[in-house]
Design a protein around this ligand. Structure first.
Ligand SMILES: NC(=O)CC[C@H](N)C(=O)O
Length: 357
């Protein structure tokens, strides 16, 4: 089936469509990991975004539900060079094409992903529209220009009801802005009594769960739009330890008075080098973000930058020891990506323990 992807700047590419027929709009972003397409497609942080993989062959190990980071595909669409229809993996239950069919998501392959990536890298992240079943490039570009990133995107991916994973360890409330399953798993595996609550939960409701700590999760969209999360973190900072991952790190920083800005094309990949300023160690990290904390906005505030990106110097972690706030921009849960920073969850539980000692 023919398909077309159009960008807001008038660029378009025609290729082979698969999955759902029709129009899909989103912000076109590129991700550079060589593996991990199941985890990325199901990562709720990609809601609102059309995901382009720079790696030229996608689908070669099929699809296995155990890798999912949420109930199903959350990215708006998929853009790839070559699609593998005959995967080889003992745990695979279907191929990529069947996966998109089952999930009602659209994909386009046989397009020049290098050219598209260079375009985004040069001009910045762009709005895009994909039409599966058409090759009308002008129409796709026009649809891209009309589309707006939804402000309430977190509400589209947060849980509807709270849920708990019982454990004998400390009680941790996870504010779900679109949490990845492996974050919850990392807490549960360490014995935390994990309570996942919707993004709209108030500070009073959070405290009603008698938590020992709060984890602000990852999630899609502009952190400034996560207004309830910011309000909760502002209110509870100083009362109990607060941790943040990715969007959660941005929310915690906003709550402490810092500001955030949009990166030109973001960091999405599995080999982003991060320097730990306290130890001098460099970690290779998994990342997926388009916004970052502005270091200039931290000047004069009681926030300490703990990690920076070795490629571009952007903020990758911060803390406020007095208020017991610790957060990281990268993904310690990996999935996909290297496990170098999995210690984050160990240190989290140690810090919570210290708080109650
Ligand atoms: N993975 C995330 O939590 C992403 C955070 C935020 N939506 C960003 O793009 O920067």
């Amino acid at each position: 089936m023919k398909a077309v992807l159009g960008l807001e700047d008038g660029t378009y590419v025609v290729g082979d469509g698969f999955g759902k027929e029709g129009v899909t709009c989103g912000e076109l972003v590129f991700a550079t990991p060589t593996t991990g397409y199941e985890e990325a497609l199901t990562d709720p942080s990609y809601k609102g975004q059309i995901l382009l993989f720079t790696y030229p062959l996608i689908g070669n190990y099929g699809v296995n539900k155990a890798s999912f980071q949420s109930s199903g595909i959350k990215a708006e669409g998929l853009v790839i060079r070559e699609r593998c229809d005959h995967p080889s993996h003992n745990l695979s239950t279907r191929n990529l094409s069947q996966f998109l069919d089952d999930e009602n998501a659209s994909g386009i392959c046989e397009v020049d992903t290098r050219m598209l990536t260079i375009r985004i890298r040069t001009a910045g992240t762009m709005r895009a529209a994909m039409i599966v079943g058409s090759d009308d490039g002008e129409k796709a570009c026009e649809l891209a220009r009309k589309w707006q990133f939804p402000k309430d995107i977190v509400n589209q991916v947060t849980c509807r009801q709270p849920y708990e994973i019982p454990g004998n360890g400390p009680r941790v409330v996870v504010m779900d802005f679109g949490v990845k399953r492996s974050i919850v798993d990392n807490l549960a595996h360490r014995g935390a009594h994990t309570i996942v609550v919707p993004a709209t939960t108030s500070a009073e409701q959070v405290m009603g769960y008698q938590p020992d700590a709060i984890l602000l999760s990852n999630g899609p969209g502009d952190p400034e739009n996560a207004t309830n999360g910011i309000a909760v973190a502002k209110k509870l900072a100083g009362q109990l330890p607060i941790f943040g991952i990715c969007l959660g790190h941005q929310i915690a920083s906003l709550a402490l008075g810092a500001s955030t800005y949009k990166l030109k094309f973001g960091h999405r990949g599995a080999n982003q080098p991060v320097i730990d300023l306290e130890t001098g160690k460099v970690y290779i990290t998994s990342q997926n973000h388009g916004y970052a904390v502005d270091p200039a906005s931290i000047d004069g505030r009681d926030i300490k930058i703990t990690h920076v990106n070795a490629n571009d110097g952007t903020v990758e972690g911060m803390k406020n020891d007095a208020l017991k706030v610790w957060s990281v921009q990268y993904h310690p849960e990996a999935n996909p990506g290297p496990q170098d920073t999995n210690w984050f969850f160990d240190s989290m539980l140690q810090r919570i323990g210290g708080h109650h000692a």
